[in-house]
Write a protein that binds this ligand. Sequence first.
Ligand SMILES: [Mg+2]
Length: 389
Amino acid sequence: MKIIAVRTKLYQWQGPVKTSDTIFATPLSPLHFQNDSQAAFRFFSWLVVEIETDEGHIGLGNAGLCPDVTKKIIDSKLTSLLIGENPLNTEYLFEKMYRSTVAYGRKGAVIAAISAVDIALWDIKGLAFGQPVFMLLGGRTKPAIETYYSRLYTRNLDDLQAEAAHYKADGFTGMKLRCGYPLTDGLEGLKKNVEMVRVVRETVGDDVNIMLEAYMGFNLPYAKQLLKALAPYNLRWAEELLLPDEIHNFAKLRQYTDIPLSGGEHEYTRYGFHDLLQTGALDIFQFDINRVGGFTEAQKICNMALTHGVEVIPHGGQMHNLHMVMSSFACPMAEYFPQTEIEVGNEMFWYIFDGEAIAENGKLQLDDTKPGMGLTLKTEGLEHFTILD
Ligand SMILES: [Mg+2]
């Protein structure tokens, strides 16, 4: 079997965008003079890659991170490495792409581009063998996938309460809210962040897991103060409190608190996660398969994490992450971004692909009989997109 074509498509959303009081901490929010510290982290386009073989299989991969740049990297750097190769040689092809780009790659957009290709190659493998990707990765490790509801963007306490109550009633046994108040709001903002957690805890009671997302927005002193104040609320984890490069500070923070620390949503490859394990920086890894290096790299990280007692709960739902969660003992649950109006960009995949798993009673199921990733590109309802080849 040979790869005969690699096609990239940039889906750009031109339709309405919901504007609400969606405010949460970001890496820019500690800086003064920011009118909109979230602007750099909203994204309204998505990269899709199709890889075609001489036997007629078409594998589908995707990248949400920096999609215009990942498209360019695939087109100008990766495609020529792939044409004529056997797509089933996923281990070899990852190394070929990683080593060919290592001088300027290693983390970020280049690894996201390699990840999109790797997902498409595993899709081909599944289609070729007539098996779902999770069966090729290690098979079924759980009867269904437990999910946690990931939204609660508002900092209006009444709305927060109503949303939390609604999703508890829907059967979700975990939910994640965002820190609505940035570092620059000081102690007053810190108290309001704690107040948000208190309101959610009082709304859902003790039998629902609550997670708090900081999206890289704080520093070590603030994180210490915040975690101390959050002690009564029994958080399942506190997420990305610091910049991803502050591995040493995560390790310090972990010694300081009993609240489990999660991160790795913006870390890359087995090398990045090896460093996190060596320093004992985190309790939970949250890579996304479409950033970390695809299935090929994620599988290695899951195995390393398992031996260190670190859980892997991937970022962002989507089928690629769900296949990994189903097949690995390292993964106890998955994140679930519900299908909503377009708001920050995370929800865009619902508008591009058919076949994404929908949670029922807080759980997801994968089809044992559907080969590959189980996804196709939507052919209808695309009027709000421009699609660049
Ligand atoms: Mg996150």
